[in-house]
Design a protein around this ligand. Structure first.
Ligand code: SAM
Length: 285
């Protein structure tokens, strides 16, 4: 089996071909997928991407999916996982209606759904309002947030203590030695030198440069999909037998051996990695 995971982030398998903008492992090829997929035609049995397509602008999505089609063998499977616009909007409408009917306890759920809908699209710095929400000492209605966010949110909330610990330690020890250490870090790091020079040249316009750079970094959501729009796009990109699937099922019979959409939770029980996602597959005709 030749398996390709695009925009894998930290979720890669050593026996797959893995690609991401940023690679922190020799098992992940560093590549900007907006420049196409750097492999020959017809070589993969499965192309998989999870929570990646929404990071492409609307006009970039079809060329990217056509590239996925190109690198698949005939009858190869494309499996796409994205946030489910329909599910988020339905949850929002349901909570809004209950709030109107006086269920005030749902206010934190409403606030979280607003973050899911807008923060990931509008943020200008990494983590955005969502991360700020998760880093509060006490997260209102944490159970709801964790149920919707799954393993990814659980990991962020669990890492919160060490995050605070590190930044507090940094503040406590802010003295001449730490300042000199920071200066040494900047001087030794070519990216930081470049940033410093750009800041010097751009002056007040530096902020616009920094925001633009962040918005092109691949973190921001550029578009959203529901079953109808993703199905139509898959069909326009050269796929057949398009269907919605559960995290456990696939047209690829061997999927159970590779399943990237489920994880073991802290109790060792099987859990869906990103609940409420829309998962669709199509076959290369
Ligand atoms: C939300 S993360 C999803 C990571 C992983 N697939 C998962 O399901 O947890 C999106 C990933 O897509 C990557 N990405 C976004 N745009 C990309 C691009 N143009 N080229 C390569 N990777 C990209 C990001 O670097 C990031 O690792």
């Amino acid at each position: 089996m030749k398996l390709l995971n695009l925009g894998c982030g930290s979720r890669y398998r050593r026996d797959w071909t893995n690609v991401d903008f940023q690679s922190y492992s020799s098992h992940v090829l560093s590549w900007n997928l907006k420049n196409g997929i750097p492999f020959d035609d017809g070589i993969f049995d499965l192309v998989y991407h999870s929570h990646v397509l929404e990071h492409f602008q609307k006009s970039e999505a079809k060329p990217f999916l056509s590239e996925c089609c190109r690198v698949l063998k005939p009858n190869g499977v494309l499996r796409v996982v994205v946030p489910d616009l329909e599910e988020i909007v339905s949850s929002y409408l349901s909570v809004l209606s209950k709030l109107r009917n006086g269920e005030e306890s749902l206010e934190p759920c409403y606030d979280w759904l607003m973050l899911e809908m807008f923060d990931q699209t509008t943020r200008n710095s990494s983590g955005g309002e969502m991360l700020r929400h998760l880093l509060q000492e006490s997260i209102p209605n944490i159970q709801y947030v964790l149920e919707r966010g799954g393993k990814e949110m659980i990991d962020i909330v669990n890492s919160k203590k060490s995050y605070f610990h590190d930044s507090l330690k940094e503040m406590e020890h802010f003295n001449l030695v730490s300042l000199l250490r920071k200066i040494r870090f900047v001087v030794k790091n070519p990216k930081e030198i470049k940033r410093f020079l750009i800041k010097l040249i751009l002056g007040q316009e530096y902020e616009a440069w920094e925001i633009g750079k962040f918005r092109l970094s691949g973190e921001v959501h550029q578009w959203m999909y529901d079953e109808f729009s993703l199905g139509r796009l898959l069909s326009q990109s050269g796929f057949d037998q398009i269907k919605r699937v559960s995290p456990f099922d696939s047209s690829l019979s061997e999927w159970q051996n590779y399943n990237l959409d489920i994880e073991c939770d802290e109790k060792g029980e099987i859990a869906v990695y990103k609940p409420n996602s829309l998962i669709m597959e199509g076959l290369k005709s």
